[in-house]
Design a protein around this ligand. Structure first.
Ligand code: GNR
Ligand code: NI
Length: 171
C-alpha cells in the first residue's frame, strides 16, 4: 500500500483546523490503512491526517514501546473529555524534523471518538499513550508541539528551518 508524504513545518496545511469526518466510506478506509503504513514506516508512534495533507479529524496511534505491546488505535473525531494531573516528557514530531523537547501535558486523559467502523469508543490513557493522544489531537487543531516549548528553543528552531530552506531549497 502506498506510503503518504509527511508534510513538514512550515507547510501551511499543518496550521489549519481539520473538519469532522462525516462519511466513513471505502476511500476513507484506504486513507486509514495508508496512514497506518506511513506511521510504521516513518517510524512514528502516531500520525494525524493533516500531517499527510488531509484536513479531516482522524488519528492513528501505536505507542507500543519495546516489551510493552499496546493496541493500534484508529480514532475518528477524537475529543479529550477529561484530563488529570501533569507530566513533562520529551516529544518529537514527524512534521518537525530534528526537534526534540520537553512538553508539559496532562498525565491522564479520557478520549471519546469513533473507531474505524463508526462505533463510539472511550479510551482512558496515561503516560506516553496519553501524551501521544494529546499531541495528535493538537494536530487536528493546527497546534504543533513547538508552540508548547520555551520561546527561545522555538525561535532557534524556526531560524534553523528558515536557514535550511534557504540553502537547501527543500524541494
Ligand atoms: O513518533 C512520534 N513520537 C512522539 C513522541 C512523544 C510524543 C509524541 C510523539 S508523536 C510522534 C509522531 C508524530 O509526529 N505524530 O504527530
Ligand atoms: Ni506530530
Amino acid at each position: 500500500m502506498p506510503l503518504l508524504e509527511i508534510r513538514e513545518y512550515p507547510d501551511p496545511v499543518l496550521r489549519k483546523k481539520a473538519l469532522p469526518v462525516e462519511t466513513i466510506d471505502d476511500g476513507f478506509q484506504r486513507l486509514i490503512d495508508d496512514m497506518i503504513d506511513t506511521m510504521y514506516a516513518a517510524p512514528g508512534i502516531g500520525l494525524a491526517a493533516p500531517q499527510v495533507g488531509v484536513l479531516r479529524r482522524l488519528i492513528v496511534v501505536d505507542a507500543s514501546a519495546g516489551e510493552t505491546p499496546l493496541p493500534l488505535y484508529v480514532l475518528i473525531n477524537p475529543e479529550v473529555v477529561s484530563r488529570e494531573g501533569e507530566q513533562v516528557g520529551e516529544e518529537g514530531c514527524l512534521s518537525l524534523p530534528e526537534l526534540n523537547s520537553d512538553v508539559a501535558r496532562a498525565a491522564r486523559v479520557t478520549v471519546r471518538a469513533l473507531d474505524r467502523t463508526g462505533t463510539p469508543v472511550t479510551v482512558e490513557a496515561e503516560g506516553l499513550l496519553a501524551r501521544c493522544f494529546q499531541h495528535e489531537i493538537d494536530h487536528l487543531d493546527g497546534v504543533l508541539f513547538m508552540d508548547k516549548i520555551s520561546p527561545l528553543k522555538r525561535e532557534l528552531y524556526k531560524r534553523r528551518v528558515r536557514k535550511a530552506l534557504k540553502v537547501g531549497g527543500g524541494d
